[in-house]
Design a protein around this ligand. Structure first.
Ligand code: IMP
Ligand code: MG
Length: 180
């Protein structure tokens, strides 16, 4: 499905929906093997919601889901380096095997902050699944991402949950956003 870009912007498909869906199924199978007792999925709002919805349905082990909200980007295309919790988890993760589900890793600031916050709540294990990894010169902190969907070039992407100023999250493909 083609989605129209806003004026003065263009969209170039980087990862078509079919390729994303196939990769998410692979990740689900891998998670099934690694978590025979089930997994507690925590998605970072809002970008990771689409990935979470598909990933959860690709997992056949028992799974629970929760959401955590964070703000760091505002209207800009690069991280402010400051992270704030805007919505906390509904329940306890103590003793749980937690998989933190993120849309994209860029500077690593968001994940480092959240891993630190969640670690203090004493989960049994805590790992990260990220749809996209953007190895970039902005990477400030190393992040250990256990499950990566795709490594992508250092370009600004939208779609499948990823936004620019809250637009484009609903695109089924991941697209490079080019502004004229
Ligand atoms: P980090 O803290 O710099 O690693 O940034 C991670 C967050 O920045 C992600 O959760 C996204 O919301 C946002 N982000 C980073 N790169 C992109 C991009 O290319 N498109 C859209 N959002 C991005
Ligand atoms: Mg964002």
């Amino acid at each position: 499905m083609a989605v129209e870009p806003l004026p003065a912007a263009s969209l170039r498909v980087l990862l078509p929906a079919s390729k994303i869906q196939a990769r998410v199924r692979e990740l689900g199978a891998q998670i099934d093997r690694d978590y025979p007792g089930g997994v507690y999925l925590i998605a970072i709002l809002k970008g990771a919601c689409f990935f979470l919805a598909d990933l959860a349905r690709a997992i056949s082990r028992p799974a629970r889901i929760d959401f955590i909200g964070i703000s760091s980007y505002g209207q800009r295309k690069t991280s402010s380096g400051e992270v704030q919790l805007t919505k906390d988890l509904d329940g306890s993760i103590e003793g749980a095997d937690v998989l933190l589900v993120e849309d994209i890793v860029d500077s690593g600031v968001t994940l480092n902050y959240l891993l630190h916050v969640l670690e203090q709540r004493r989960p049994r294990s805590l790992r990260v699944a990220a749809l996209l990894d953007k190895p970039s010169p902005r990477r400030l902190r190393p992040v250990d991402v256990a499950y990566v969907g795709f490594e992508i070039p250092d370009e600004f992407v939208v779609g499948y949950g990823l936004d620019h100023a809250e637009n484009y999250r609903h695109l089924p493909d991941v697209c490079v956003l080019e502004e004229r």
